[in-house]
Each structure stands twice: as structure tokens, then as C-alpha cells.
Design a protein around this ligand. Structure first.
Ligand code: GLU
Length: 378
């Protein structure tokens, strides 16, 4: 694929998720009304041109801390949650006014990871978002910080935005940040910047190294979470453009196929349910599997049987998501288990024919059926 062909993906994408960070929307905790006007105008233009856009916006904590007169967002999770609850109102209020000037309604959508962990709620969120898009309303998504504690939250809107990509089947994720894109080496103060990487076909260890380093300029999650988001979007069959939100017309430029920022190409697309399984669900435990089982699931697309399991960690119930590791600790796959942790411990290493006798019942031969199993390497 030539560079121009790659950039054509931006032109043809019909459903787009735009993620904008606090660093673009606020200065010293104060909202920058101009930015909101620019975003509303650009997104309305995209919609007028036949695109559908979901906006994932941070800024609640920054705005809330400012309103409460705090010098910084506070350190405890409770303080941040309180600040987010205060700030979310200001954020959405301003979007509402700016989009109204463009003749558009907005909708507030607050999501949590445990909510989306549940397949039924995930599908409910999908239905709501697609209906809003059909109505020409702009959904403004943020994490519901009130109920999100440290262990369970997305924690950064980069990963949340990639989840939305799968949720609505978007073809393009645009991450607006305060840098021009991914540089070949992480920019260091006082040093000339390494050249910008225009196109990333695949996120390799070299690309990951380029993303490491100071993250103070890069918003909450740093460049690492932006790569995680790009990787997740790629497995959903979507491209990602990482670019500088400082420029007023950057969204129109991206959508018209201009070479702005860094473009990450889509990868091999996982079916939506498998994507959800690999990237959205929280895993509740780990199964360590032997070489034969690793080969069977990786190379031959087989189910995971009790015989290949050598260790069980964590406490999970039937239907929970678990990670499958090889004996060296490499994460190979994720899947939904047909047996609880205590049961797997009793049947591991045994032939399938013994399940009934050992447990007194059988929920099938497989601990993880291949339909409920997703390999993590593309
Ligand atoms: N939900 C947080 C907020 O609105 C943002 C998380 C992030 O910046 O990625 O402040």
C-alpha cells in the first residue's frame, strides 16, 4: 500500500471516533471556549459531509479541580472522582452550547469498564450510540469517574476511545493530543526532535521504544496508552491518526486524507465479540498451559481441554474471562471458561473422559471452547 492509498482510508471512513484530551481543552484548569467552538464546527462539518462522529472527551477532572479552587487535581482517587463530578457538568454544558450554534444536539454518555464487561450492557451501549448517530446527535463520551475505582477503571480515555471504535464499528480513530504525532525517538527537552513517523504499518517493539520516555507532555496516559489504543483499534479493523489538536481545522484535514500526524494502519480484524473479549473484558484469572495445548490453540485453532492445563490462578466462575499463558509466562490468548477455578484445578491434566467422574457433572469437553477463545497476537 502506498502512502497515498493509506491516507485514503481517512477519506473513506464513515464512522469516526474523535478523542480529545484535557491538555487540548483546558489551560491551567480553565476551559478554552475557542477549542470547543473549533471542535463543534469541525465535527458538524464532518457530519454534514455524511460522516458519523462520536466524541470521547476528557477534561472533567481538570475543570472540576479548577472550579473547586484546587491548585492540582488532588491525589486520592476520591478527590479525582469528586472533581470529575463537578467538572463534567461544565464540560458538557460548553459542548451543548457550541454544538447548538451549529444546529446540533449532543448527548452525554458516561461509561465504565465493568459495565462494558457485561456483554448485554455492551450491546445496549452499542444500540444507544448507533441510534444517537442515526439521529444526527453527537454523543460525548467520558468515563463515569464516580463509580470507577483504581482497579476497575479504564483510567485513560485513549483505551476508552478504542473500545468505542469496536462498540460502533468505526473505521477511524482520531486522537487529538498536544504533540504532532509519534516521533522516531521520544522528544527530550533542549534536544532537536527526531523526525515524525508518518505511517505505522504495525506496532513493533521499535515503535514501542519510540513511544517511551517522558509523558508529561502527552496527557494522562502518555504515548503508551495511545499505542495501546491504536493497537486495539487496528484489531477492530480501524485506522488511527494521532495528531495535534492545536490546529483549528485538523479534523477536516485528517478526514480529507491529508498527511497529518501519524497514521496507524488497520490490522487483521477480529470479529466484534472476540475483540470485546480480548480488549474490553477484565480477566479474572490465569491458566498456564503446556506446549502441546499452546500449539493446538495457536496453530490449529483448537479449543482448550483440561489435559493441557498445568496451573490455575485466580478465582473465576463459569463464563468469566481468563488469560492463557505458556509456561514462560507469555500471554497467548484470552477466553471465557466453561468451568470455575476450583473445578479446573480438579480436572487439569486429565483426559476429557474423566470430567464427569471427577466433578459429578460435565459442562462439555472444553475448558475454553474455540468460539470463546481469542489469540492475542495478530
Ligand atoms: N475521565 C477523565 C476526565 O474527564 C479523563 C481521563 C483521561 O484524561 O484520559 O478528566
Amino acid at each position: 500500500m502506498t502512502r497515498n492509498q493509506a491516507r485514503d482510508i481517512q477519506k473513506s471512513a464513515r464512522r469516526i471516533v474523535v478523542k480529545v484530551g484535557s491538555s487540548t481543552l483546558t489551560r491551567e484548569g480553565k476551559l478554552r471556549p475557542r477549542k470547543f467552538s473549533d471542535l463543534a464546527r469541525s465535527i458538524s462539518t464532518l457530519i454534514d459531509n455524511g460522516r458519523q462522529v462520536v466524541l470521547v472527551s476528557s477534561g472533567a477532572i481538570a475543570v472540576g479541580s479548577h472550579r473547586l479552587g484546587w491548585a492540582d487535581p488532588g491525589h486520592s482517587i476520591r478527590q479525582k472522582q469528586a472533581a470529575a463530578a463537578v467538572g463534567q457538568i461544565g464540560l458538557v454544558e460548553l459542548y451543548q452550547r457550541r454544538f447548538a450554534n451549529c444546529g446540533r444536539h449532543v448527548a452525554q454518555v458516561l461509561l465504565t469498564r465493568p459495565g462494558l464487561d457485561d456483554r448485554e450492557r455492551f450491546l445496549n451501549a452499542r444500540h444507544t450510540l448507533t441510534e444517537l448517530l442515526r439521529l444526527g446527535v453527537v454523543p460525548i463520551v467520558n468515563e463515569n469517574d464516580t463509580v470507577a475505582t483504581e482497579e476497575i477503571r479504564f483510567g485513560d480515555n485513549d483505551n476508552l476511545s478504542a473500545t468505542i471504535v469496536n462498540l460502533i464499528g468505526a473505521e477511524l480513530l482520531i486522537i487529538l493530543t498536544d504533540v504532532d504525532g509519534l516521533h522516531a525517538e521520544c522528544p527530550r527537552p533542549g534536544q532537536p526532535k527526531a523526525p515524525l513517523i508518518d505511517l505505522v504499518e504495525k506496532i513493533t517493539p521499535k515503535i514501542e521504544r519510540a513511544a517511551q520516555g517522558s509523558d508529561s507532555d502527552f496527557g494522562r496516559g502518555g504515548m503508551i496508552t495511545k499505542l495501546q489504543a491504536a493497537r486495539s483499534a487496528a484489531r477492530s479493523g480501524a485506522a488511527t491518526v494521532l495528531c495535534n489538536g492545536r490546529y483549528a481545522d485538523v479534523l477536516e484535514r485528517v478526514a480529507s486524507g491529508e498527511a497529518v500526524g501519524t497514521l496507524f494502519l488497520p490490522g487483521e480484524r477480529l470479529a466484534s465479540r472476540k475483540h470485546w473479549l480480548a480488549f474490553t473484558t477484565r480477566t479474572r484469572g490465569e491458566l498456564v498451559i503446556d506446549e502441546g495445548a499452546s500449539r493446538a490453540i495457536e496453530k490449529r485453532g483448537r479449543s482448550l481441554l483440561p489435559a493441557g492445563i498445568i496451573n490455575v490462578r485466580g478465582s473465576f466462575g463459569i463464563g468469566d474471562s481468563v488469560t492463557c499463558l505458556d509456561s514462560a509466562g507469555r500471554e497467548l490468548a484470552r477466553g471465557l471458561v466453561s468451568y470455575a477455578a476450583a473445578e479446573v484445578t480438579r480436572i487439569m491434566g486429565r483426559p476429557t473422559g474423566e470430567i464427569q467422574r471427577v466433578l459429578g457433572y460435565s459442562n462439555g469437553d472444553e475448558v475454553i471452547h474455540r468460539d470463546d477463545l481469542v489469540l492475542l497476537d495478530d
